[in-house]
Design a protein around this ligand. Structure first.
Ligand code: UN1
Length: 510
């Protein structure tokens, strides 16, 4: 079912939401950087950009703010993030709607993204009382060895269009409780939601009272502005989310100046459906994983291996789901699949589909859905049955294409599963404990996320998020990901009256 076009004035609605969230009009009207809504393809704002020297100035100011923020006790820093969580609760509907307008997400996913922000704030508030190190046994009498975690500095955040607000919050909420300042370069495709987040944080800062000025900065601009952030000597950590291509440029630049990198890059996530799988459950998980967010999550399910014994039960049902899924205006609650972000995404999808066909792929869906918005790129999600894993199946195409392949041998499918460059998310559908445990074992899935009987996408914030190989190796969000945002010091204290050297070394001077 396609959701028919409705007359929507996205520019007007975006402006009303920005005003309500407290974003100053001069930041998004009359500037030189356009922002478009994928809902209709219309221009919805013209943003004021920063020059390279203004960007450097903002980084300097953030560094100054860091120097006092690091001295504020961590639980008090947590109070700022608690207030941010409160403000996000108050503006959840507005920010979620703006995410729908600017990134094209359906309402529940726009709201879900803001919920993810609220969740990480709650996590970070708790964390602000748990930034603890170890006390370690020393080999020397009368000594104590311990580790202390200190604030690190300015954390640079580079985020992508597809999670325009949540990814910032995973980084910012942790960085702020860790005693760091943050400077954010959002995607050029989603600058308005970034301005809204900054305005919401500023409300929290105003309520907090005495946070240093400049603690959080947003850099609106193009790639050159991102480079200022990546190359600035006062930014000891950059957390960058985006394509592997972007990571290949950012990673070496950071390495060159020995800065830390948290890279969260491409994914080419797979699922395996085993003979014992609960097929009803698998069907739902696959549908959300592959078609949800119009295939534009880094965790989107892109490759599916189905055991030959269940292939003919599952795949026809999946195809039916593909044919009947509602595609349409994401501002309408009935749509499950909203638009692609832009024409380039649509062209990339069509190219991958025709390449797949030249490798013997048989396609269901994939065609453009006309809603009457000239520059809105809506598509039927594509399910492509492939004779083997080759050609475009080995690449991440940021669009709703699910490549489906048949398998017969478990060891062989595990090897196929891991035979791609990216290593973000993975899942297995099975009720066989041996298969499930093999998938999670050292020689099982090589991804940063490996799930059993749930899909590849929609991770909770409580776990560390990120992946291996060309996904970049970084971890954000929960578990002990906070450690990357702090500086670890090992301290040894001698409370004895002697000076024994470690390793039995003697060095006795007169
Ligand atoms: C992304 O697409 O960059 O696991 C992040 C998920 C979300 C985050 C995706 N919690 O799908």
């Amino acid at each position: 079912m396609n959701i028919a076009a409705k007359k929507v004035d996205v520019a007007k609605e975006a402006a009303a939401l920005l005003e309500k969230m407290g974003v100053a009009k001069e930041l998004y009207a009359g500037g030189d950087m356009p922002s478009f809504s994928p809902v209709t393809g219309e221009k919805i704002a013209s943003l004021k950009t920063v020059t390279a020297s203004e960007a450097a100035g903002k980084i300097e100011r953030a560094d100054e703010a860091f120097r006092s923020w690091r001295l504020v006790p961590a639980p008090k820093r947590g109070e700022l993030v608690r207030l941010l969580g409160e403000e996000l609760r108050a503006f959840k509907a507005d920010l979620g709607r703006l995410v729908s307008i600017e990134a094209g997400k359906i309402p529940s996913e726009g709201l879900g993204e803001v919920q993810e922000m609220i969740d990480i704030c709650d996590f970070a508030v708790g964390l602000s009382r748990q930034l603890y190190g170890l006390t370690i046994a020393t080999e020397r009498p009368g000594h104590r060895m311990m580790e202390t975690w200190h604030p690190l500095g300015v954390v640079g955040i580079i985020s992508a269009f597809n999670f325009p607000v949540a990814v910032w919050s995973w980084n910012a909420a942790l960085a702020l409780v860790c005693g760091d300042a943050v400077v954010w370069k959002p995607s050029e495709k989603t600058p308005l939601t970034a301005l809204a987040c900054q305005a919401i944080l500023e409300r929290a800062i105003a309520r907090f009272g005495d946070a240093p000025e400049g603690l959080s900065q947003v850099l609106i601009g193009d790639r050159a502005i991102g480079e200022v952030l990546v190359d600035h000597p006062k930014v000891p950590l950059v957390s960058a989310t985006g394509s592997t291509r972007m990571g290949r440029e950012v990673g070496p630049r950071l390495a060159k100046r020995f800065a830390r990198a948290i890279l969260e890059l491409g994914g080419n996530n797979a699922g395996i459906v085993c003979p014992s799988a609960d097929l009803d459950m698998a069907l739902r998980a696959i549908a959300f994983g592959a078609m949800g967010t119009a295939g534009q999550r880094c965790t989107t399910l892109r490759r599916l291996f189905v055991h030959e014994s269940v292939y003919d039960q599952l795949v026809p049902r999946l195809k039916k789901a593909y044919q009947s899924v509602s595609v349409g205006n994401p501002l309408e609650p009935a749509a499950l699949v909203g638009p692609l972000v832009d024409k380039a995404a649509f062209d990339g999808m069509q190219k991958a589909i025709s390449e797949a066909q030249s490798h013997g792929g048989s396609v269901t869906g994939g065609e453009r859905v006309e809603l009457g918005y000239d520059n809105g790129f809506y598509v039927k999600p594509a399910l492509v049955e492939m004779p083997q894993q080759e050609g475009p199946v080995l690449e991440e195409t940021f669009a709703p294409i699910l490549y489906v392949m048949k398998y017969s041998d478990f060891d062989a499918v595990l090897a196929e599963h891991n035979a791609v460059a990216a290593g973000l998310s993975s899942s297995i559908f099975t009720r066989d404990m041996q298969e499930a445990e093999r998938f999670l074992a050292a020689d099982g899935s090589d991804c940063g996320i490996a799930n059993v009987n749930i899909g590849t996408s929609g991770a909770e914030i409580g776990g560390a998020f990120g992946g291996e190989k060309e996904t970049g190796g970084g971890r954000e969000s929960g578990s002990d990901a906070w450690k990357a945002y702090m500086r670890r010091a090992t301290n040894t204290v001698n409370y004895s009256k002697a000076l024994p050297l470690a390793q039995g070394v003697s060095f006795d001077i007169e």
